[in-house]
Design a protein around this ligand. Structure first.
Ligand code: C5P
Length: 222
């Protein structure tokens, strides 16, 4: 029997990261933050002055991306060329750039195997946009989190403020809406729930509520 995967998808700022971290701790399973891969790719492209619509160069970069994850500490670090870029990839700017490179088919294909390699015993919690619909289509459990754009912008703003970034609500809301639209409307792996996913609207739920609902569903499905 293949290694189980819990696929968690949804738009930005919906609380996927928090839920996935909690699930990974709970089950003591591996964690894949697939968005971090697209973010590191975008950051690397920006550093090398590669245009965000240069399909060939970006696909090449994706195939050979010198990205590793350091999981030795309490927070996972993303390393590009062995340099910690965890902070640099968290800005909304990098998120926006990530959603541009993520819309390119050859880029997504180039990153498929890298993501699937995370599927290791005893199991994997996979966080992204297309975990249940493309990358781990055979995942035994699929959860899709959704929430209003306003509540997601609020959460994102709080997250960024915690990290002492100066941000304006209207700007965050606009960036989140633009990024979502790009993610939902792209032709390749658009953001949408898999047919067999449980959809949870987290707009008025606490982190604990979302966790409890998820655990209940997972225990039923696994
Ligand atoms: O989840 P996160 O906000 O870090 O993802 C950044 C961007 O990467 C998303 O807006 C999306 O365009 C892209 N992405 C994707 N597929 C995934 C994960 C992220 O297209 N599985």
């Amino acid at each position: 029997q293949s290694v189980p995967v819990i696929a968690v998808d949804g738009p930005s700022g919906v609380g996927k990261g928090t839920l996935c971290q909690a699930l990974a701790n709970h089950f003591k399973w591996h964690l894949l933050d697939s968005g971090a891969i697209y973010r590191v790719l975008a950051l690397s492209a920006l550093k090398q002055n590669i245009a965000l619509d240069d399909e060939q160069k970006l696909a090449n970069l994706a195939l050979n991306l010198p990205l590793t994850f350091d999981t030795s500490g309490s927070e996972v670090k993303a390393l590009l060329n062995n340099i910690d870029v965890s902070k640099d990839i968290r800005t909304e700017q990098t998120g926006g750039a990530a959603s541009k490179v993520a819309a390119i088919t050859s880029v997504r294909t180039a990153l498929l195997q890298r993501q699937r390699d995370f599927r290791q015993a005893p199991g994997l919690i996979a966080d992204g946009r297309d975990m249940g619909s493309v990358v781990f289509k055979d995942a035994p459990v699929k959860i899709f989190l959704d929430a209003s754009a306003e509540s997601r912008a609020e959460r994102r703003m709080k997250q960024l403020q915690d990290k002492q970034n100066h941000v304006k609500f209207a700007e965050i809301l606009q960036e989140i809406t633009a990024r979502d639209e790009r993610d939902r409307n792209r032709t390749v792996a658009p953001l949408k729930p898999a047919d067999d996913a449980l959809i949870i609207d987290t707009t008025s739920l606490s982190i604990q509520d979302v966790f409890n609902q998820s655990i209940k569903y997972i225990n039923k499905e696994l």
